[in-house]
Design a protein around this ligand. Sequence first.
Ligand SMILES: NC(=O)C1=CN([C@@H]2O[C@H](COP(=O)(O)OP(=O)(O)OC[C@H]3O[C@@H](n4cnc5c(N)ncnc54)[C@H](OP(=O)(O)O)[C@@H]3O)[C@@H](O)[C@H]2O)C=CC1
Ligand SMILES: O=C(O)C(=O)[C@@H](O)[C@H](O)C(=O)CO
Length: 277
Amino acid sequence: MIAIPTVTLNDGTAFPELGLGTYNLRGEEGIEAMVEAVGSGYRLLDTAVNYENEHEVGEAVRRSPVDRDELIVTSKIPGRHHGFEQAIDSIQGSLGLLGLDRIDLQLIHWPNPSVGRYVDTWRGMVEARERGLVRSIGVSNFTEAMLTELIDATGVTPAVNQVELHPYFPQAALRAFHAEHGIRTESWSPLARRSELLTEQLLQELAVVHDVTPTQIVLRWHVQLGSTPIPKSSDPDRQRENADVFGFTLSDDHVAAISALERGRLWDGDPETHEEM
Ligand SMILES: NC(=O)C1=CN([C@@H]2O[C@H](COP(=O)(O)OP(=O)(O)OC[C@H]3O[C@@H](n4cnc5c(N)ncnc54)[C@H](OP(=O)(O)O)[C@@H]3O)[C@@H](O)[C@H]2O)C=CC1
Ligand SMILES: O=C(O)C(=O)[C@@H](O)[C@H](O)C(=O)CO
């Protein structure tokens, strides 16, 4: 089993340096894939109301070979559930679908700025944490200005901001802001969804140098940036490959060279304009 190290979030809880994305892992096959991942050493499972697989994630937790308290289950509040009471109701709904009595990390999925309710949603999440429904609270797809607004309005700093992050979009400025405020960065689509990224010559060459795969080079880069990647894989061998990135180290120059592959966002997901309900 691979031992995935943890870091400490700003609320004192331990958080894995790598986790499993579960978007599109559904049904019995999805459950089996998640149970395999936990068996290989994954402790962080990332879901959302909008993935329509919270039941499967909860079932994987129940079937997995480790104690419930070793696992970090993340869910996310969708845009249509923004608002103080709506956020609490959304969390109750997720708990029901998961069949769990606590969500370990609850995020706001997208800020949806034109709706104008992410601060109220955040207040609802603070209340849900006080009621013991969730343990840690954070956000996803928030900009520096939106994070500042939340902190100034409530005095509560998100523990995590989960954002698009991969070598084509390294998010240097946002990561620096996170570091300054004690917010853990989490990388979604960390492999750039298996786009041509994995065939980049630099990654191929570094893979030879370290006797690993280009995918492992990319995931090690995330780890060394101080961001938790959540690669999704339905395949147990690829899950193990993805988690096995704690036995080698990239030089600072190589980390910088990978970051220099930057192109920008790949999927038009600018949180100022992209909204999801
Ligand atoms: N907060 C947000 O707004 C968002 C959050 N997310 C989260 O991030 C997670 C990960 O992002 P996702 O978009 O899934 O993209 P990823 O970058 O994780 O790429 C997933 C793709 O890569 C393939 N893959 C995985 N491992 C390997 C490997 N070792 N070699 C070759 N191919 C591989 C997978 O195929 P296979 O399964 O066949 O291995 C799948 O096609 C999501 O599942 C979700 O939990 C994603 C988007 C937005
Ligand atoms: O996977 C997620 O969490 C999302 O937010 C997706 O909707 C993602 O933005 C996407 O797949 C867009 O095409």
